[in-house]
Design a binder for this molecule. Structure first.
Ligand code: MTE
Length: 303
């Protein structure tokens, strides 16, 4: 796999303002968005996201411990089963309630919206977490180009459906394809990325190649992988997980240590590669950037 130099993917302004992290793999970089998150929430009732040991998870763990049910429900088994998954040619169809619907070949999409590096925490609903240096571009850029009409309220995402290539789709207990959704203002938030790489490399199939969503303040299941379709819609999309178990998986799925999952607590998490459990932060530590999206809403309905 061809290695992308971070000087090629990081805009110069970010490149100049970056701060080095010491990691097992050498120096990673921190984007300005991450530094903002690290400067604390500014809200006295919310803990600061700054943690000196909050360093990127090892590349090996990031690419070998995965949730990708289209291949298998076994987190340690995805990498082997997805190894030969072909992600070229690949198209992404953007449509629905937009003035400018378009079908992009993946290489044209990435040339049009060059990825930048952002280091985000990813908190899985199963109470494990990672810190990943993503290469991605704000979803807002793509949505602006599509020009949502005034009726558009939500964005609906779909993963490829191809049981011949994704053996887990033979499991009929799920209503494939994998679907996820965001409210339009959540989708337009600058933290929300479409990622095509991590750790300076192109995404590998287990992490959702060639294009996946990354929404760092929500549980990991919202970050849908291997996207083929993005539609602007008027009504709240029903995600695969909402359809599978509405009591356990909601539309908002904002990380909230105070609202337990019906079967386990969400108060703490196991950071992959660490022994001591960490306290889970409200909105996964990104409250400052996103809390305004939920003013007046009951936090318990935000799962
Ligand atoms: N997207 C699809 N299409 N299928 C999946 O099974 N799993 C989700 C999310 N995106 C999933 C998906 C869950 S539960 C998590 S925690 C993250 O992907 C895991 O991303 P990672 O394997 O890159 O860490």
């Amino acid at each position: 796999m061809e290695k992308i130099k971070s000087s090629e993917i990081t805009p110069k302004s970010l490149f100049l303002s970056r701060r080095e992290f010491i990691t097992g793999l050498g120096a990673a970089v921190v984007s300005t968005a991450f530094l903002t998150a690290c400067q604390g929430t500014g809200l006295s009732s919310l803990p600061s996201a700054a943690e000196p040991s909050d360093k990127p998870t090892s590349y090996k763990d990031v690419i070998s411990y995965n949730n990708f049910y289209e291949f298998t429900v076994d987190k340690d088994g995805v990498a082997a089963l997805a190894k030969d998954f072909k992600t070229s040619p690949w198209t992404v169809v953007v449509g629905g309630l937009v003035a400018n619907p378009r079908t992009y070949a993946i290489e044209d999409l990435l040339a049009r919206f060059p990825p930048e590096e952002r280091i985000y925490r990813l908190r899985c609903v199963e109470a494990w977490s990672m810190v990943i240096p993503w290469l991605g571009f704000p979803l807002a850029k793509l949505l602006k180009e599509a020009e949502p009409t005034s009726e558009a309220r939500y964005v609906r995402f779909e993963t490829l459906y191809d049981p011949a290539r994704m053996p887990g789709q033979a499991d009929t207990s799920f209503d494939w394809p994998y679907v996820e959704g965001l409210r339009l203002d959540e989708a337009m938030n600058d933290l929300t990325l479409l990622a095509s790489g991590l750790y300076g490399e192109h995404l590998l199939p287990p992490n959702g190649a060639p294009l996946r969503l990354v929404v760092p303040w929500k549980y990991g299941f919202k970050s849908i992988k291997s996207i083929v379709k993005i539609d602007l819609v008027a009504t709240m999309p029903v995600s695969l997980w909402m359809a599978a178990s509405p009591r356990e998986y909601g539309f908002y799925a904002n990380v909230n240590p105070d609202v337990p999952h019906p079967r386990w607590s969400q108060a703490t998490e196991r950071r992959i590669g660490e022994y001591t459990r960490r306290r889970t932060l409200p909105f996964n530590g990104y409250a400052e950037e996103v809390i305004h999206l939920y003013q007046g809403m009951d936090p318990r309905t935000l799962f």
